[in-house]
Design a protein around this ligand. Structure first.
Ligand SMILES: [Zn+2]
Ligand SMILES: [Zn+2]
Length: 335
């Protein structure tokens, strides 16, 4: 696979990847102008009207609200018991989801390499990683700083909600906003992530902070939340939206799951989960996989327009790679 390819190679991208979707990537932004009703209809259908990642996360958030997380009544006073309870639930969710996906794809190898982007397996025996093991290193950062900071933000916002210091709603008082909030949260989170991510790629910050996440060129479920603690702080600050916009605890819990275990789902290294050769669940995107391979492109996610609007979109073509490499060279010239 590493043999030099002739300059006239007709399908260079296909040789670099084990799998990739049809290229160049289409513009799948939901902010296209003029709006395309059929496209938007399909987006709603795929994301909200079938068993998608998002619907599963909302159901999980509701279940956690009902059965596992402490009530807002309990959260009124700061006490170690309920805070530890939130932390343990979050640890459990992360282990179950990232661990479950890792087990399915990389231990049981239930899908072989079908729809896997990168040819390679997780790295072992390489000093680049703590414990010389990519998966153990990724678990260390995710379960350590990642879950701890997610919990701290969540606990603080629960306490603020419980004491009426931030605006809240109930399903009965505001059903329309309750539903709209669920649909809008991933859009807010993607907007926040794009700008935080641009900041993380400022060369000085990249070198000292974000490079830790980018050691994962070949990604797996545990890579998603494997970040430097400063990156965790910036990334998880997306939750602060609940301090200004009226929300329900289920919104907060959905947001927590979206940022934490959700990152494991988008970093599986596979495009979709197959059951009996049928695509059953959309997971990672080639869009973000390109970011992990070429760095200075695709800072956001594919359904948001930011990369296209700000000229950082790599559509998977050779030309995209050339432009991205030139940008990288220019940005890192002075360090
Ligand atoms: Zn990533
Ligand atoms: Zn990055």
């Amino acid at each position: 696979m590493t043999d030099a390819q002739p300059a006239t190679d007709p399908e260079p991208m296909s040789r670099e990847w084990n799998y990739h979707p049809d290229l160049p990537l289409a513009d799948s932004s939901i902010f296209k102008w003029p709006p395309e009703p059929r496209f938007l209809g399909r987006w709603v259908w795929r994301n909200w009207l079938m068993m998608s990642e998002r619907v599963m996360m909302v159901l999980l958030a509701t279940l956690c609200w009902w059965l596992l997380y402490p009530s807002l009544e309990t959260a009124k006073t700061v006490a170690p018991g309920w805070i530890i309870q939130v932390w343990l639930v979050n640890l459990g969710l992360m282990v179950a989801i990232a661990g479950g996906l890792h087990w399915f794809f990389y231990m049981r190898r239930a899908q072989g390499k079908a729809l896997k982007f990168d040819h390679r397996e997780p790295a072992r025996g390489n000093r680049l990683w703590n414990f010389s093991d990519q998966v153990h290193d990724n678990m260390f950062w995710s379960l350590g700083s990642g879950v701890a900071q997610l919990t701290l933000f969540q606990v603080a916002i629960m306490w603020l909600m419980a004491n009426g210091y931030v605006p809240t709603i109930t399903l009965a008082s505001n059903p329309v906003w309750f539903i709209a909030g669920l649909v809008l949260l991933p859009i807010w989170s993607a907007f926040h992530f794009y700008w935080v991510h641009r900041l993380l790629h400022v060369p000085f910050i990249y070198k000292h902070v974000h490079a830790l996440h980018h050691r994962n060129v070949n990604i797996g479920p545990w890579s998603g939340l494997s970040m430097h603690p400063v990156e965790h702080l910036l990334y998880i600050s997306s939750l602060l939206i609940h301090c200004v916009i009226a929300s329900h605890p289920i919104h907060l819990f959905f947001h927590v799951i979206y940022l934490g275990p959700g990152a494991a789902m988008t970093h599986t290294g596979y495009e979709d989960l197959l059951i009996k050769d049928k695509r059953k669940l959309a997971l990672g995107t080639f869009y973000h996989q390109l970011h992990h391979r070429y760095y200075e492109c695709n800072y956001g996610n594919q359904e948001m327009p930011w990369d296209r609007w700000f000229g950082t979109f790599h559509n998977g073509s050779e030309e995209g790679t050339r432009v991205t490499r030139a940008r990288k060279k220019k940005m890192h010239r002075n360090i």
